[in-house]
Design a binder for this molecule. Structure first.
Ligand SMILES: Cc1cc2nc3c(=O)[nH]c(=O)nc-3n(C[C@H](O)[C@H](O)[C@H](O)COP(=O)(O)O)c2cc1C
Length: 189
């Protein structure tokens, strides 16, 4: 992307939660990121994961004629964003199925290679899923931004975006990761 293409408009980051839970800490973390958004940046939450059909290569043909509309829209949303911010839990030492499914729909997308991607997680206990996600994203030729990828240890069953954004330990961590992500995106813009 050329820097000239977004003169006068905010840099757009698409935020994707690997958890579909209503009281999800990862969702709250992304909503907190919206509250702490760096200047000239907007973060929008995407809920495509909840409605994407199961990935099937038979539907992912070169001409695109059989691509399900949900998958097409998901690709478009990712393609339009300057960066993708994923926050995900770990399930049974792995990536949540809904998130892996969504990533599988992007494997043959022409706009995903080179896309800056940062990984957050709401639990410092999860070590397998972040590693597996990094491996998958690198294999898909995403531009993984390690400096912006951190675990933010959100505690409490009822953590909210506002409580995270006001937390004296968590807010600076999140703000730092967002700043590093925006810098990494702009460095190559
Ligand atoms: C089915 C299931 C399996 C889980 N497996 C792991 C695991 O292997 N490692 C881990 O650190 N946490 C595991 N957890 C805990 C979740 O990662 C943790 O509760 C996380 O905060 C949930 O994210 P959410 O609040 O955004 O839904 C598991 C939770 C569930 C429901």
């Amino acid at each position: 992307m050329s820097g000239d293409t977004r003169v006068g408009r905010a840099l757009h980051i698409l935020a994707v939660s690997g958890s579909l839970r209503a009281q999800s800490k990862n969702r709250a973390l992304l909503e907190a990121a919206q509250l702490l958004v760096p200047p000239n940046t907007r973060i929008t939450l995407d809920w495509s994961l909840a409605t994407l059909p199961h990935f099937n290569p038979d539907l992912d043909t070169l001409d695109g004629n059989t691509l399900p509309p949900e998958a097409r829209r998901w690709r478009e949303r990712v393609g339009e964003a300057e960066g993708v911010l994923i926050s995900s839990p770990e399930y049974a030492h792995g990536i949540p199925g809904v998130l892996k499914n969504a990533l599988d729909w992007l494997v043959s997308s022409t706009s995903f290679p080179g896309k800056p991607v940062a990984l957050l997680g709401a639990s410092a206990m999860s070590v397998y899923a972040p590693e597996q996600l990094r491996e998958t994203l690198t294999t898909m030729n995403a531009r993984f931004v390690g400096a912006a990828s951190i675990a933010v240890p959100v505690s409490g069953a009822r953590a909210s975006a506002s409580s995270i954004a006001a937390d004296p330990e968590l807010a600076p961590m999140l703000r730092g990761a967002l700043g590093a992500f925006v810098s990494a995106i702009e460095d190559r813009a």
